[in-house]
Design a protein around this ligand. Sequence first.
Ligand code: SF4
Length: 118
Amino acid sequence: MDQPCAALEGCHCRVYADRPQYCRQFECALLKGVIAGRNSPTQALRIIRSANRRAEKVRDLLRALGDKHESAALSIRFRKTGKRLQTTEPDAETADTYGQLTLAFHDLNLLLGDAFYP
Ligand code: SF4
């Protein structure tokens, strides 16, 4: 399934009532934790907000580096930006921004791996 999904609008599914079977069955680790009582809904919302902030930071840095493919997955955008910069001689400011992007992307992946992936 291509990500991000074309039906995703902000944090909402435009086809929620008619979403595919896979979406109906999928439960991320965070939701499973709430259902099992390991996390409170308040804790889960705090983690979701943190993930959104980290993803927005990655988006901002990608934009600053000239990537405008807003509909593509962040992992693909990050990979393509890295390849593009490898073929050029980036100035110090661009290299610094790319360093910040690398750290921000790592931060996001850590949280996704810890809290969301089953
Ligand atoms: S629930 Fe499914 S169809 Fe809806 S936005 Fe998410 S991935 Fe897309």
